[in-house]
Design a protein around this ligand. Sequence first.
Ligand code: GDP
Length: 202
Amino acid sequence: AQVVNADFVKSSVRPDDCPRDGRPEFALVGRSNVGKSSLLNSLVRRKRLALTSKKPGKTQCINHFIVNDSWYLVDLPGYGYASAPQEARTNWDEFTRNYFLSRETLVSVFLLIDASIPAKKIDLDYASWLGQNKVPMTLVFTKCDKRKKKKNGGRRPEENVETFQSLIREYFEAAPPWIMTSSVTNQGRDEILLHMSQLRNY
Ligand code: GDP
């Protein structure tokens, strides 16, 4: 399950604009600053590939990256920007929800959660929405290298992960798969790629 090559393909402003070649895809989504770009770069071992998604005008798009010429990693707009006006926030929500519900080649959503801080309501809401709508989901806990600090509520990443999982349990028939990661140590990188290859059945 190694990444041999990865390239940016296109930015789409609507689910309808996304590639139509039927290749399987995995979407990365999470609160802004959760470490999504860092994880994407760590997965494909390219320092700057995800910068494409951070260019002005692209942060609100669905960005497709092709891996090994056979499947897609999809970078979705981050949510929870404190500075975004309410109207823009509602638009992003509708846009990504529409993608989750209509994209037939979507194998699993990888929901990124910052393990260095206690569970946030917006993340719990996001996870429960995916669960209630039966969108296949994998939980990816980020920043697991960060040790406990008073300002983080004084909890270890492992404790935050456990609390988050217990808080969303009621929304899922079976507990979603979960992976602990760090883009600093590359913890979880191979596990994510292996999990993706198992979900694709090859
Ligand atoms: P994005 O907004 O979700 O794309 O987040 P970025 O990838 O830009 O990361 C946001 C901040 O978190 C940056 O300062 C990163 O250096 C930091 N960061 C991202 N991943 C990790 C990680 O695994 N461990 C630690 N300690 N910091 C991280």
